[in-house]
Design a binder for this molecule. Structure first.
Ligand SMILES: Cc1cc2nc3c(=O)[nH]c(=O)nc-3n(C[C@H](O)[C@H](O)[C@H](O)COP(=O)(O)OP(=O)(O)OC[C@H]3O[C@@H](n4cnc5c(N)ncnc54)[C@H](O)[C@@H]3O)c2cc1C
Length: 398
């Protein structure tokens, strides 16, 4: 015996719960299907357990997509302020941590409880844990066959996310459904992911492990250029921190990343212009601008003696030092992959979707939302804002 619903949502994560609650509260009969044992594990582990649930500055330019204007419609119709109002209605305390990033004061669990309550208010039925065996189009309806029985629905929303963190239940389900219905995909790849470095070449930088500083970081050229001013962390195995996570989404295998370790100072030019007046050693001079351990480590790594007198050094060498600090190019040899990636870039090609509703143009009644779609935000709450906004767009349309 199959049950019939107006809407079936597959994936009870951020986007799926948002969509189901909105549709349910509009009076639609909604079923939410998920294969996980535990609800919304990704929300639970996000933001170090406190969920960076939005960014007050979220705008289309904070997202990567082959179709950069696509996200504009959903983001403008459900804004960070709308989600903040929802949080306030549920009396969930939160705070701003850094650059518009909002986090729960207590725990990400507050958001899961809130979304579940919103679904319950909309009378959403749960099928969980239930694994989906197949999806068929039968006339105007979708037939979803699960290990818990069959479901018929006039509208089907795919909210099963991307490939990041398979350990907590990520699958390629959305891509398989897209292929089944001949919907084009943008090749998925890990984003917001630690990059890896050739360990042998890294030896001179090991003594700097643990040091963090704000840098300019960039990669790519022209339209594919990514550029951030963020914190960089030196580790025993390479570079890490928000700067590297941000740039990883723009980095392509084989490419280099460029770093300016002292964005507020043109090191080479300053040294050349002022060398006759500088009485200090190179090590002491650079330690005015960088943590001493970093200044000394960088000089040694670049073949300079710490006690060399600035005024004794030829301009060419001073300019070379400037290049190494202001335009340091380094080539990662890979990334830590989906095991560590916070998001999946690529996914369902948005050119196949209607931007107001997230519905597939060629398959009426079929929708894709959230991370399954080729819209990927920067680090800092942007990805959840996309999940909420795309979920609401579909929830209002189904
Ligand atoms: C460690 C980590 C920390 C993060 N921190 C932040 C943060 O602080 N701020 C931020 O904005 N973003 C953060 N993100 C990204 C954010 O979690 C995702 O962008 C967001 O959860 C995507 O929402 P979604 O609903 O599309 O997918 P998900 O939240 O991943 O939900 C997908 C759901 O589909 C289910 N599913 C998958 N396959 C199937 C299947 N075959 N059958 C049935 N169900 C299935 C899954 O069990 C899951 O419940 C973080 C990600 C990670 C990994």
């Amino acid at each position: 015996m199959s049950q019939t619903f107006d809407v079936a949502v597959i994936g009870a994560g951020a986007a799926g719960m948002m969509c189901a609650s909105v549709a349910g509260q509009r009076g639609k009969r909604v079923v939410l299907i998920d294969h996980a044992e535990k609800l919304a594990e990704k929300i639970r582990i996000s933001g170090g357990g406190r969920c960076n649930f939005t960014n007050t500055d979220a705008a289309p330019q904070n997202y990567l997509s082959q179709n950069p204007h696509f996200c504009r419609s959903a983001l403008s119709r459900y804004t960070p302020q709308d989600f903040i109002s929802l949080m306030k209605r549920h009396q969930i305390p939160f705070h701003e941590k850094h650059k518009g990033q909002l986090f729960c004061d207590r725990s990400a669990e507050d958001i899961i409880t809130m979304l579940k309550a919103e679904c319950d208010q909309g009378g959403v039925q749960w099928m969980m844990p239930a694994s989906v065996k197949s999806v068929l189009k039968v006339g105007e309806l979708f037939k979803i066959i699960t290990n818990q029985g069959e479901v018929m629905a006039s509208q089907l929303v795919i909210a099963s996310g991307g490939l990041s963190i398979p350990k907590i239940g990520a699958t390629d389900f959305a891509y398989r459904i897209a292929k089944q219905f001949d919907i084009p995909l943008i090749e998925p790849r890990p984003g917001l992911v630690p990059l890896t470095f050739d360990l042998q070449g890294w030896q001179p930088y090991v003594p700097m492990a643990g040091i963090s500083l704000e840098v300019d970081i960039e990669t790519g050229e022209k339209k594919s250029r990514g550029h951030f001013r963020e914190d960089l962390l030196f580790t025993h195995r390479g570079l890490s921190g928000p700067a590297v996570l941000q740039i990883s989404s723009y980095w392509h295998a084989g490419g280099g990343i460029r770093l300016n370790l002292l964005p507020s100072l043109d090191v080479g030019q300053t040294l050349v212009d002022e060398k006759t007046r500088i009485r200090k050693s190179l090590g002491n001079w650079l330690s005015q601008f960088l943590p001493t351990r970093l200044a000394e480590g960088l000089l040694l790594a670049n073949g300079f003696k710490l006690d060399a007198r600035v005024h004794d050094l030829p301009d060419k060498q001073l300019r070379h030092l400037g290049e190494s600090l202001n335009r340091w190019t380094i080539q990662p040899d890979g990334s830590e992959g989906y095991r560590k990636a916070e998001v999946t870039l690529g996914g369902v090609d948005t050119r196949a979707l209607a931007q107001q509703s997230m519905m597939v143009n060629q398959v009426p009644g079929l929708y894709f939302i959230g991370e399954a779609v080729d819209v990927t935000g920067w680090l800092g709450g942007y990805n959840f804002q996309w999940a909420w906004a795309s979920g609401v767009a579909a929830g209002l349309s189904v």
